[in-house]
Design a protein around this ligand. Structure first.
Ligand code: SAH
Length: 254
């Protein structure tokens, strides 16, 4: 008997930013797979089972979840934010493609969530108001030279960039290198937003110019939005400045 597998995103942290569709899917599932802090965010019932694992074990976790669903389980795989953005939905698809034929019969549903860059952008204003892209700075799954090429291409093309996985203890140097690279391609006045723990009690949103952007301003819980030469900052007295990227192109190079 084939069961079901639902892949959900909890949103950035604030329970109100979890969609009702994700909450309903969680209520209907019996076995939960995910990185343990994400499972901790759910208020599971006593009859719902946790299978928590470390963050680095995504493919193994996806295979376990698929195997349990293939055996008839009602399984839920949990990501933070949106499950399709640098998260478990792609890992589940990778495992399914490489796995046994019967996994293709599993009733698979992927439920979207509010991804970190949207939560950070909303707090800052509208920095993603024109064309944008998202880049993970993690070298766990791709080499650094690819990341550099993508950053330069995005800067030259005038995309706002959202950096995920910007820095970690194992990777302390890449964010500084990314800012140095950007300073060669963008004006020093370009706004850079450091959005830390958006939607959580320890949330901190800070905007500086690219000239002043420093890796110490970020940690693993930070999503960084780098504007373009068109991105504007509206100062508002004692309030946090509003950062936005105008909808219409005003010309000039990136
Ligand atoms: N699937 C997640 C992203 C997972 S990658 C999503 O859609 O948001 C993990 C990275 O996401 C972190 O290193 C950080 O860059 C970002 N992130 C996740 N939650 C965040 C939050 N609440 N505030 C700011 N950045 C966050």
């Amino acid at each position: 008997m084939t069961g079901s597998l639902v892949v959900v995103g909890t949103g950035p942290g604030n329970p109100e930013q979890m969609t009702p569709e994700a909450a309903a899917a969680i209520a209907a599932a019996e076995d939960f797979f995910g990185y343990f802090p994400y499972l901790d965010r759910l208020s599971l019932r006593h009859d719902q089972r946790r299978h928590a694992s470390d963050n680095r074990e995504e493919l193994a976790r996806a295979r376990e979840a698929l195997a349990m669903a293939a055996a008839g389980g009602k399984v839920c795989v949990v990501s933070g934010g949106d499950p399709g953005v640098f998260a478990m939905a792609a890992a589940v698809c990778e495992a399914l493609e490489a796995g046994p034929e019967e996994w293709r019969d599993i009733d698979l549903t992927i439920i979207p969530g509010v991804t970190a860059m949207l939560a950070v952008a909303a707090k800052a204003g509208a920095p993603l108001g024109h064309d944008f892209c998202a880049i993970s700075l993690s070298t766990n799954l791709k080499p650094w030279h690819v990341i550099e090429e993508r950053i330069v291409a995005a800067a030259k093309a005038g995309f706002v960039m959202a950096f995920y996985n910007p820095i970690s203890k194992a990777r302390p140097n890449q964010l500084g290198a990314a800012f140095d690279l950007l300073r060669h391609h963008l004006p020093p006045s370009v706004p850079v937003i450091f959005g830390r723990a958006a939607g959580r009690p320890d949330e901190a949103i800070r905007t500086v110019s690219l000239a002043d952007a420093a890796p110490e301003m970020a940690d693993m819980a930070t999503c960084i939005i780098v504007g373009t030469s068109e991105t504007r900052v509206i100062e508002r007295g004692g309030k946090q400045p509003l950062v936005y990227s105008p909808r219409s192109y005003r010309g000039g190079s990136a």
